[in-house]
Design a protein around this ligand. Structure first.
Ligand code: GLC
Length: 755
């Protein structure tokens, strides 16, 4: 047969013109080829994840489980490990998987890099109060880079659970109560962790969690059941998860809770129909810690074998710490209860992510001790943490311009158990932060006027040591230091009170029924207030607290969350005016716990209440419906005025746009930032619609006297919701549009969406 010799340039053109699909085919070809070599036991092994041999973030099994796991690792029956820390340990375990097992499939190493690895950033609820999406992306990038420098390649973040319940300790981990802002935050953090190329050694795989509805745990009690309807699921809970998929997130983690009375781990509709079906997600889903096994106490599975069957058939791809996939799946396939193709699909998803990380090319690429030594906790990274901390602070009250503090002259008393606390600011998910490494308020303020400040703890907040696993022992009876604190206050011009929650009083398993200042702190504050009312209250917490008495009696209040490694420096720079606070709340602060759940995008009801005097209207006899501080609220040292609110048409078609605009002016004496917020209300819908929905925002920075026109464009896509017809659509009718500095804005313009 005549041999046709193609000129080299034609051959190059042909191969270089390969469509992206052919490159993707390379990946899929590799995965399928490897899969075809695997035994059923090895496939089950890829779906099995164990905690490292220490520092668990959940309940560990009894007995000598380590030897059994070590053997399974050597037999290729472990696909992933979590909480293995440090280049040396990761390299050692990876070496077993790659060099001692039959197929040498590398492990993927995961860890909770939630708000920092060694450099600790503000807790996500704090950072979301910056409304600075670039910042959220940047802090995730730094955190991901530090984790990857230490050998890790997967973080169990971002947590994107919407929650409206300050009793739930994990509100600290999310971006608050709003799905629009929560979606943007999810996208920013996924981009930060994963970057544009997972093969890059400084990027790690992200994980959208907890899928789904965990933030609606009944009564704010962690791990509790949930009870929300199908429309809340799609309109409120799902959007941040969909945003994470659209941003390219490669893994999901499901959740401990039931929804529709079915445990999320065994929930086929959300995992297979929505996530893998409608949304075409081709990464993998890891269970939460033991959540497959926990379907037994849920009363949804008879035993471990049944739990494994339900979980894998519902689309849970990897088993975190139940040890049920590794022990049950082969038998379930052989007995015909599980189709091997479901196993193959799960394994392909896991191998796909490992391939994208480049682990098959170089399983040790993340194991570089020099890089770890250089990067972890670097000055550059700490500077990012300081910037994030400053921007996360929210000024809640500032009567008589008590703030900013004068940098000379006045004598200042710094009082409170958290003023000198270098641990609490690290928050609950503090990963590899060095113990006692956060800058304290005392340290931060001493850089300004150490010789004019006196410090008194005033009261112990808690006894003994605290960590991820134990309950903080709160002090409820020792007032012995009150006297010294009162004397310091009485002999000073200004008092800075630093009070709030210890760093482990919010976070996983930290639900509280009383969301006031813990222990004797409020009592101390009241005593101090008797001798000196020139008080600036700095609140450190992982959740909205009940600050009603404080708001009625204390002239200045600063919400300082748990701000991470540079907490004290950031707070001091804000208190002394070197940074004008710009944060805005992303979660409503209730007047008391009886109002919870409370949120700005509530439904009107058939009997809306506007006054406590109305009896047969939807209100309380003892407190008004509004929150103490609403979603989107935050003050500045300057003032902003809004004027010339206008709309260029009151008719919107499905293929047209309308513009709304407003003038904002800095009428004060300090340069400042303002987050200008756009809200829309759909007056009538096929289901009851919220009173307001955040649909846009823009941050402006204005010098004193400066003004700027801000415009937003509205099209029908902004009006879409998951309707009675079970699909995302905008419905014709009347709408109101608002622009202002928080969700309490009342002036609106009216427009109609018409066919
Ligand atoms: C925990 C948490 C989850 C975390 C996982 C691993 O129980 O619910 O958010 O990622 O276990 O630590």
């Amino acid at each position: 047969m005549k041999k046709i010799i193609y000129p080299l340039f034609i051959i190059i053109i042909v191969f270089s013109c390969q469509s992206p699909n052919s490159q993707i085919t390379e990946k899929e070809k590799f995965i399928n080829s490897l899969l075809s070599k695997m035994t059923l036991e090895e496939k089950a092994g890829q779906m099995n994840q164990y905690n490292g041999f220490w520092d668990a973030t959940g309940p560990m099994p009894e007995g000598d489980y380590q030897k059994k796991r070590y053997n399974e690792l050597k037999n290729g029956q472990v696909g992933s490990m979590l909480n293995v820390i440090g280049v040396e340990e990761i390299r050692a375990l990876q070496k077993i998987a790659v060099e001692e097992t039959r197929l040498g499939i590398p492990l993927i190493f995961g860890h909770d890099v939630i708000h920092g690895y060694k450099t600790i950033f503000p807790i996500p609820l704090a950072e979301s109060s910056s409304w600075d999406l670039d910042l959220m992306e940047q802090s995730a990038r730094v955190a991901g880079s530090e984790a990857s420098a230490d050998g890790l390649n997967w973080t169990f973040a971002p947590m994107v659970d919407i929650s409206r319940d300050a009793r739930w300790g994990r509100v600290m981990e999310g971006a608050g109560e709003d799905p629009y802002l929560g979606s943007l935050a999810a996208k920013a953090r996924v981009k930060g962790f994963q970057g544009d190329d997972l093969n890059d050694i400084s990027t790690i795989v992200a994980c959208a969690k907890h899928f789904a509805g965990y933030g609606f745990s009944e009564a704010g009690r962690d791990y509790n059941t949930t009870d929300f309807n199908h429309y809340t699921l799609h309109n409120t809970i799902m959007p941040p998860f969909k945003a994470a998929v659209d941003a390219g997130v490669r893994t999901f983690m499901n959740s401990f809770n039931t929804l529709d009375e079915i445990p999320a781990t065994g929930h086929k509709y959300i995992q297979r129909d929505v996530l893998k079906g409608d949304w075409k997600f081709d990464g993998f889903i890891v269970s939460d810690w033991g959540s497959i096994d926990q379907m037994i106490p849920h009363g949804f599975a008879r035993d471990g074998n049944h739990a494994a069957e339900l979980a894998v058939n519902a689309g849970s791809d990897m088993d975190m710490e139940s040890s049920l996939y590794v022990s049950q799946l082969a038998g379930l396939v052989k007995s015909g209860k599980v189709d091997e193709e479901k196993i193959n699909d799960a394994v392909r998803r896991i191998l796909r992510v490992k391939y994208e990380l480049g682990l098959f090319d170089d399983p040790y690429k993340y194991c570089n001790q020099e890089r770890s030594d250089l990067e972890l906790g670097s000055n550059d990274n700490m500077n990012v943490a300081l910037d994030a901390a400053k921007k996360s602070i929210v000024l809640l009250k500032n009567n008589n311009q008590l703030l900013p503090l004068p940098k000379s002259g006045e004598k200042i008393a710094i009082i409170g158990p958290l003023a000198n606390d270098k641990n609490s600011p690290l928050g609950n998910w503090r990963s590899q932060a060095v113990h006692n490494s956060a800058s304290s308020v005392l340290e931060g303020m001493s850089k300004y006027n150490g010789n004019r400040t006196v410090y008194e703890k005033g009261v112990d907040l808690y006894y003994g040591k605290t960590n991820f696993h134990n309950r903080v022992k709160i002090n409820y009876d020792d007032r012995s230091d009150f006297g010294k604190a009162k004397l310091a206050a009485a002999t000073s011009d200004i008092v800075i009170m630093v009070l709030g929650e210890e760093g482990h009083q919010s976070g996983e398993g930290r639900s509280r029924t009383n969301i006031g200042l813990p222990g004797l702190q409020l009592e101390l504050l009241k005593e101090i207030n008797k001798v000196n009312n020139n008080i600036v209250l700095v609140v450190m917490s992982g959740r909205p607290l009940d600050l009603t008495w404080e708001d009625e009696n204390i002239p200045a209040i600063v919400q300082a969350w748990h701000l991470g490694s540079k907490s004290g420096d950031a707070i001091a720079q804000v208190l002394y005016g070197d940074y004008n606070p710009s944060g805005k709340l992303t979660m409503s602060f209730p007047r008391n716990v009886g109002q919870v759940p409370i949120y700005y995008n509530f439904k009107n009801t058939g009997r809306p209440s506007t006054s406590i005097e109305q009896v047969t209207n939807s209100g309380y006899a003892d407190v008004e419906n509004s929150p103490l501080y609403p979603f989107g609220f935050g003050l500045s040292y300057t003032n902003f005025s809004y004027s010339n609110f206008s709309i260029d048409s009151d008719k919107l078609g499905f293929d047209s746009k309308i513009n709304v605009s407003i003038e904002i002016e800095n009428t004060g004496f300090y340069k400042g930032k303002e987050v200008v917020q756009l809200y829309i209300r759909d007056i009538v819908g096929s289901i009851a619609r919220p009173m307001k929905e955040l649909k846009g925002f823009e941050t402006v920075e204005l010098a004193p006297g400066e003004s700027q026109k801000i415009s937003f464009q509205i099209d029908s896509s902004l009006l879409e919701f998951y309707s009675y017809n079970n699909k995302w659509e905008a419905e014709v009718g009347k709408f109101h549009v608002f622009i202002g500095g928080d969700s309490n804005v009342s002036e609106y313009k009216e427009f109609y969406l018409t066919d």
